[in-house]
Structures are given as structure tokens and as C-alpha cells.
Design a protein around this ligand. Sequence first.
Ligand code: ZN
Length: 211
Amino acid sequence: MNNKNIYLTFDDGPSIYTNELLDILKKYNVKATFFINGYNLDTEKGQKTLQRILDEGHTIGLHTNSHDYSYIYASVDNFLNDLKLLEKKVIDLTGIKPEIFRFPGGSSNTISKNYKIGVMTELVEIINSLGFFYFDWNINSLDIYFNDVTIIAKYVISKLGKFEDNIILQHDTKPESIKAVPLIIEHALNHDFTFKTLNSQSPSIHHNIYN
Ligand code: ZN
């Protein structure tokens, strides 16, 4: 018997490719988690895609409004302004207040050192005190580096199953990554993984903090 869980998570959308991803997820009846950026919600297209994500039973988490490292990681105030702006957009559009969050670059990012020493240590405490549950990942698809569908799918599949809970990082801004999703889903279904979405009760997969 296999008790392993798989969480498909997609960052940085909704994008022009997200509808293709939603079609795939619908076909397999698999639910996913989307960590969204606010600048995508300023167009009617983006707003419609957000609504479709929710209507089809997926989970929304906050990423940030701007995803601009040089802004959000330059000060706690900047970060909070950016996060609040995204939260307000989501609440205004959907009536939903997301409870989960993912740091741009993950909590382990070191790029933030370029803008403020120690900022991640501060922000992790702040995000917890605001009542958000933040999630990193334990399988990075590396889809921002790989430009080949088969390579992305094979890479993810090679990492699957080492943990009980497999939180995969992908980006629904990258068409090759979306096209890899059917291969990943079929492998997981054939190996008795259970698909889950993230929520406040999910196992807290956190990276080490380096800044
Ligand atoms: Zn991101």
C-alpha cells in the first residue's frame, strides 16, 4: 500500500497558458494549488482565469503583487504593502481571503541579501503572525531552466516518492511545464499517489532560511 501524497503547485500565474493547464487538470479530475501574482489580475482575462481556477475547485494561495525582488525584499514595509495589495485584489474579485502563501524565490532564497540583510528571517515571523501558512516545495521541477517537456516530466518523476508528501514547484507561465503535467499525473496515478491541495492543515514543508 502506498500512502504517498502529491501536491501540484503552480506559481506566478494566472497567465495566458493557465487555461490549457486547467483543461488538463479537468481531464484527469486532479486539483492543484496556485500561488498567484497580483499584476496578472489587472486584466479581464486574468480575472476570468482566476475565477475559473476557483470554480473548478483548485486552491488559491498568495505569492505577491509585483514579484519584484528589489522592491519586496528591500524592506518589511514594502513587502507588506505588496502583499496587502494582492490580498485586496483577490478579496475584491472573489470574496475569498487566501490562507496560504509562498515567498517569491522560496523562504530559502538568497537574492534578498542583495536588498536587505536578514529580511527573510523577519518576513517568516511576520507572515506567520499575519495568520498565513507559508509553503516551500521539496521537488523543484526546474522548469525555469528546462525548455523541454520530456525533460521536465522525467526530472519531476525521478524525484517523486522519496517523501511521503511531495510538493512540486512548477510555473503556469511556462508552456513546456504545463505540457509536462499529463506525464507527471499519469505516472502518479499509476503509482497510487493521492493528489491533494495545500491548506492550513497540510504538512509544513519549509526550507532553511539563509538570509
Ligand atoms: Zn514566483
